[in-house]
Design a protein around this ligand. Structure first.
Ligand code: THU
Length: 162
């Protein structure tokens, strides 16, 4: 039996104002994206913003449904919009944030496994890692370069790609 240990790497900034200018601006876009969250069931509003190589910004927010499983996370709303509309303009970075009136969020919201798997797919497709910036209003910002440090055992099988 062999015991393996994995290390993950991410940077923590005390506040989004400590990020570089373009990442700070992207965080502000994620806050704007939250405005269109449709979350009457969880009351948990999530906003995601993508910055593309051209400088274009894409917004996504969680969209819930009375048939609960029909809803979708903010990250995948943004990522699938990118895939459908701007697939040739690589994604440089994604910023994600959340807010609820029910309690105070003190730690960045970490994207769910399904969103990370979708992110992994598009990193492979564009052959470039995507910087992930997670933050909340009264807490730090966490920055990772690429999805793999986040989801080391993501599913990928090259032989399924023709
Ligand atoms: N949600 C996201 O939008 N992104 C995540 O990474 C985790 C959760 C949404 C889904 C649902 O609308 C609400 O947050 C509560 O789970």
């Amino acid at each position: 039996m062999i015991n393996h240990e994995l290390k993950i790497n991410f940077a923590e900034y005390p506040d989004i104002t400590d990020l570089n200018k373009s990442d700070y601006a992207l965080c502000k876009e994620a806050v704007k994206a939250m405005e269109n969250s449709h979350s009457p069931y969880s009351k948990f509003r999530v906003g995601a913003a993508l910055r593309l190589q051209s400088g274009k910004i894409i917004h996504g927010s969680n969209q819930e449904n009375v048939a609960y499983p029909s809803g979708l996370c903010a990250e995948r709303v943004a990522l699938f919009y990118w895939g459908a509309n701007h697939p040739d303009d690589p994604i440089e970075a994604m910023a994600v944030t959340a807010h609820t009136d029910e309690f105070e969020i003190l730690q960045p919201v970490t994207s769910c496994g399904s969103c990370l798997q979708v992110l992994a797919e598009y990193e492979k497709k564009q052959n470039k890692p995507i910087e992930i910036i997670l933050f909340c209003a009264n807490g730090p910002a966490w920055v990772m370069n690429g999805v793999e440090s986040f989801l080391p055992f993501l599913f990928f099988e090259n032989r399924l790609i023709s």
